[in-house]
Every structure is written in C-alpha cells, then in structure tokens.
Design a protein around this ligand. Structure first.
Ligand code: TYM
Length: 333
C-alpha cells in the first residue's frame, strides 16, 4: 500500500500586504515542500477581525494574498489554497476547542498581551480566544508540521497542549503537530526599529512583497544601524541589533553565512552594505511582484483556485469535526 503523505498546514492574516518577515519566516518554507507533503495554506480572514478592519480592504487583501501565495511558488495543483471563512468546520471546531482551552493559558499568550496593549479600546473576546481558533485551524487537518516564524511558536505549543488534553479525555483524536521553524529568517526585525519584529503595523520599517524596487531601496538605505564610528559590519545582536538584522536578512536571501558576509563587507561601511542588502531583496521579490500582478488581473482564475481549495479543505476538516462531535456527545446530524 502506498504510504500516506505527511501533512503540512499554515496560514497568514490578510490584514495588510504580505511582508518580508512573512516570506522568510513562513512562506519560503512552504513552497519548498509541496512534493513531499500534503499541504494546506489559507488566508486567516476570521482572525483579522479581532482587530477592526475596513471591509473593502479585507476583501482586497485576501485576494491579493492568494495571488502572492501562488506567485511565491505555491502551485494550486499541488497545494490546497483556501480562505478560512469558507470552511465553517474550522470555526465549529474552534468553539469546541474553546471549551478545552484554559483562561490561564490564553492569558499567557504574548500576542494577546501585545495586541491588547496596542488596541486598548477594543480588547474583545475574539482577541483573547483567538489561539483556540488557531488550534482548530491546525487540528482540523491533522498536520504533522506547522511551518511558522518564531512568534507563532507559542500558539502552536498551546495547540499541542489542547490536542493532548482532548486525547487524554476522549482517546486518540488529534495528531500532535510540530512547529517547523526556519534556521534563518524566523524573526525578521523592523528596519526602522530593530528591537521590534517586522510588522505591517510599523510600515516605514516593513518591506512588502508588492512594493516598488525604489521604495524598498529607500527603506534599506534608511534602515537604523548604530553609531559605531568604524561602521563595521559585524554580527552582534546584543550591541548591533540593526546591523545584525540586516545581516540575517542578507544571509536568508543569499544563503551566505555571517563570516562570509563580514568578509565581503570588511572595511566597506554601512553606505555600501545597506544598499547591497536592499538590492538582494529587490532581486528576490521582483519575480514575485510581477507574477502576483499578472495573477491579480485574472480574477476568474483566483476564484476557481479558492473555490476548489475551500471544497477540499472542507471535506478534510469535516472528517475531524465529525469525530470530535461524536466524542463529546453531540447527536449525529
Ligand atoms: P501572522 O499573520 O502574524 O504571520 C504569518 C506568518 O509569518 C510569520 N511572521 C514572521 N516571521 C519572521 N519574522 C517576522 N517579522 C514575522 N512576522 C510574521 C509568522 O510567524 C507566521 O508564520 N495566528 C497566525 C495566523 C494563523 C495560523 C493558523 C498560522 C492563523 N491560524 C494556523 C499557522 C497555523 C498569525 O497571526 O500569523
């Protein structure tokens, strides 16, 4: 009998454009795995409304995100690409898992603390319980691996705990997934404030995949470095966070190690280094931007992709949900 492929799953919130952190921390790892795994990748639109969104922007961002997934190399023939809200089974499982996720666990989530500090006027229930929905997003598909950046590791760990708790109560139901975190690019920091991770909420330090080359170059040339008078390119995250972040971006994009990068820019200073990193990123993103723009002109194709993806995802998620409903004692439909 043919051995079943292992399963991979991940998602990104379409709350703005995709950025270099999303690409290096997550998507790049996804596209390399389509042959060996059964892959599910989605637009996490239900998560975005934990923070107020403009409806027209959310719709546009969701479609743009799909076009960028494909442009980043996720072939819809080999990967199941879908929109979270098209799979109601995920939200139903989310409710069940909410009842197996503890208040104390949710209170410890770093992302909840950060986001509630930033949105003090709208600390809603969804923002708090969001990790239980994320656990459902994951567990509905019984994946082996969840490829994410460093900042999502805590949510995947919570998912493992919830799955284990459910299995202990009701017998083997969920496969326990592993987070899959890249060696380089797992935590890309902002260019204008290298002590914070790159994020769309600080757009001046954030490089978007669809951004024009001249804008990307401007952001890199203005990147915050340090006041080391020798302006020496050396990897030292504690004392030189800005330079070290640029080095880690350059390393992730070119595949070079830190020693090789130090040698390459020895005695050349930041004035040569910063544009060199910018150019490497522009070269990396150019084909992605061009392909995404081509795809965005073909709405019918994008619609066919998310429809087929949503139907397949729904079938898979229902298999898990049916099992879960039965275990907790719901009468079958
Ligand atoms: P989100 O939308 O904030 O980020 C999407 C992915 O990009 C990674 N990432 C980064 N990696 C490196 N450096 C950065 N600066 C950086 N910023 C973001 C994130 O780690 C993530 O992999 N809750 C999730 C979305 C989600 C999800 C899921 C993920 C919902 N359901 C199920 C996996 C499985 C989120 O908000 O990620």
């Amino acid at each position: 009998m043919e051995q079943e492929k292992k399963v991979m799953l991940s998602g990104i919130q379409p709350s703005g454009g995709l950025h270099l952190g999303n690409y290096l921390g997550a998507i790049r790892n996804w596209s390399a795995r389509a042959e060996a795994f059964d892959c599910y990748y989605f637009m996490a639109d239900m998560h975005t409304i934990t923070v107020r969104q403009n409806p027209a922007d959310l719709r546009r961002n969701t479609l743009e995100q799909l076009a960028q997934y494909i442009a980043c190399g996720l072939d819809p023939e080999k990967n199941t690409l879908f929109i979270q809200s098209h799979v109601p089974e995920q939200a139903c499982l989310g409710w069940v898992l909410n009842c197996y996720t503890m208040f104390g666990e949710l209170s410890r989530m770093t992302q909840f603390k950060d986001k509630s500090a930033k949105n003090a006027e709208n600390i809603n229930g969804g923002l708090f319980t969001y990790p239980a929905l994320m656990a459902a997003d994951i567990l509905a598909y019984q994946p082996d691996y969840v490829p994410v950046g460093e900042d999502q590791k805590q949510h995947v760990e919570l998912t493992r705990n919830v799955a284990q708790r459910f299995n202990n109560l009701y017998g083997e139901t969920f496969k326990i997934p592993e987070p899959y975190i890249p060696k380089t690019g797992a935590r890309v920091m902002g260019l204008s404030a290298p002590e914070n991770k790159m994020s769309k909420s600080a757009p001046e330090g954030c490089v978007f995949l669809l951004e024009k080359p001249e804008d990307i170059m401007r952001k890199f040339k203005r990147a915050v470095t340090d006041c080391d008078t020798q302006r020496c390119v050396r990897y030292d995250p504690a004392n030189k966070p800005g330079v070290s972040n640029l080095m880690s971006i350059y390393a992730a994009v070119t595949g070079k190690d830190y020693e090789a990068i130090e040698r390459e820019f020895d005695g050349k200073g930041y004035g040569v280094f910063k544009p060199a990193v910018g150019e490497a990123v522009v070269d990396l993103l150019r084909p992605i931007r061009e392909e995404a723009q081509r795809l965005l002109a073909d709405k019918a194709y994008l619609e066919a992709v998310y429809r087929a993806g949503g139907e397949k995802a729904s079938r898979t998620a229902w298999k898990t949900l049916r099992k879960v409903y039965k275990k907790v004692g719901f009468v079958a439909r």
